[in-house]
Ligand binder design. Sequence first.
Ligand code: F6P
Length: 320
Amino acid sequence: MGGIAVMTSGGDSAGMNPGVKQFVEHCLERGQRPFLIYDGLEGMIDNRIKPASHRDVSGIIYKGGTIIRSSRSKRFFDKNFRQKAFDNLCNHGIDKLVVFGGDGSFRALNVFYGDFNIPFIGIPATIDNDIYGTDYCLGADTALNIIRQAIDDVRDTASSFKRAFVIETMGRDCGYLALVSALTSGAEICLIPELEYDLESLGRRFKKEVQAGRTYIIAIVAEGVKFAHQLTEWLENEIGMESRLTTLGHIQRGGSPTVHDRLMGFEFATLAVDGLLEGRSGEVVCYKASKMIYTPISEITSGKYKINQLHLKAGVKLTR
Ligand code: F6P
């Protein structure tokens, strides 16, 4: 019987540890031989691969990040290194692979699958929540809760000082984190790559509101818009309110996984192992319309994630 290996790849996200724990425990329960690949694609190239036991994954369920670490690999684009990675798997007797990762990792894995046809199942995991084909990616809920806490805290100081605060969120080119945070924190402004914004209209609105007694403004800006500094200056100069910028940065990637991410990690990992043992391959476990489904990797890498229409419609009001 061949072994099944797990790897976490790309930006780490909360929920990976609960997922890795369930992967190992479910493999053992089903009489399989689980392996851990350390350091993502880089570790697969450099043979940092070890058999896993219960002991390796005990006490990790509440931890953020990923205990098997991660990487973004340039070398994996080179066929010679992919061959090396495949040889390493063969030498350990590994013939199935589970990968937690984002868009970039799945594109890389799709190429690897094309090269060697090794059975693998992907698990969407990125705080950006921007993978086509799934409504949810592991780690987004924990990141949203960290952002929510930060906005609530900033509001305390903003209201105490009559200030405008711009809060920049991560998300790469996707506005999901910023938009959901703005809608659930009652922000006044939200700028995301998916929506055009109108500074003139915002200017007219806030000048009126300040005159009518508004004392502070909370603006959420997605990093993909690249406008957080400019908006902070604009609020100070155009609206005439003392303004500060808070860039949340990598704290959004950390933190103990929420209950939702622990449970999603559990479900994704269970279905990944079960899927492989049923003979599935080259697929990603997706969460779609409140159901777990398997979707071919080729489909996942062929499209662009779109934010929920209802949320986008509500977001338009925060851009003008
Ligand atoms: O994809 C996750 C993410 O945190 C993005 O939101 C962000 O743009 C990027 O990774 C940051 O990458 P790095 O950790 O390599 O600086």
